[in-house]
Design a protein around this ligand. Sequence first.
Ligand code: G4P
Length: 288
Amino acid sequence: MTDLNIQWYPGHMTKTRRMMEQDLKLVDAVCEIIDARIPISSRNPDVDELCKNKPRMVILNRIDMADPAMTKTWAAWFKAQGMAVIQTDCKSRKGISDFVPALRRLLAEKLRRYAEKGQTGRPLKVMIVGIPNVGKSTFINQVSGRKGAKAENRPGVTRGKQWVTMDQGILMLDTPGILWPKFDDPEVGARLAYTGAVKDDILDVETLAMKLMEMLWRRYPQAVTDRYKIQAEPDAAGFTLLEQAGRKRGFLLSGAEIDTERMARVLLEEYRSCKLGRFTLEQPEDLA
Ligand code: G4P
């Protein structure tokens, strides 16, 4: 996993933005990969502004880990913003074959113009963007059949632009810069930590698990009750819920004290491995 907790240099971000502005001139469309569990927090805050004049596609990835009903809701939401949308699980390759047809639909106008000019073999050029760990390399490898080494993600490690050729008349530009999430928002940082996209030490593990428990209890109370046998008010505090779950699991310290830290680790592990269920932690209303 890429270590996202490395210092994050404003200079590096500016450089990436500039590179992206240049790269955008080379492509016909921008495809942004996001994590279907956190479709807000797994986006780079600058992409909308930078790419506003380009045809856009959103690839909702990790659908195997997200709430299927919410994935549908999000797909409709992005479509309503004028973007093409596909839904993928890069582990099982689900949805991968939708990419090329969706791209050709998105760029139908351009293809028609090429055909009129007799340029039928002219490739479509696309840029694939996404924050680290979102599944970008896996997606590119799946779509292109590329087996190549994963690109370096660390700042300071430069590599050139990579054009990846696909069979079906498509060239993909794999961007060298890191597109960061909106790290200055602590909520975004927490959500990236719940999913494991950043290391836990962004917050202490109990605080993180308390916040996650509270969120799950509000959005998916039945699943939490089923797994941890919790009985509590709908607005119960995260720590209370964590304590209850720890008690039920028998995580006790000396005396009758509950080992909430152990329970915190268990909750995070069980959430990340989908033992609790497939949950989406953000909904379009959260943007309001
Ligand atoms: P990046 O280039 O955007 O940084 O991400 P990368 O492709 O390296 O993917 C990060 C991790 O996410 C990889 O797991 C990858 O297998 C996993 N992944 C990508 N897409 C999906 C998906 O749709 N569903 C699921 N469940 N996982 C996905 P890893 O643990 O780093 O490696 P490995 O276990 O695959 O070897």
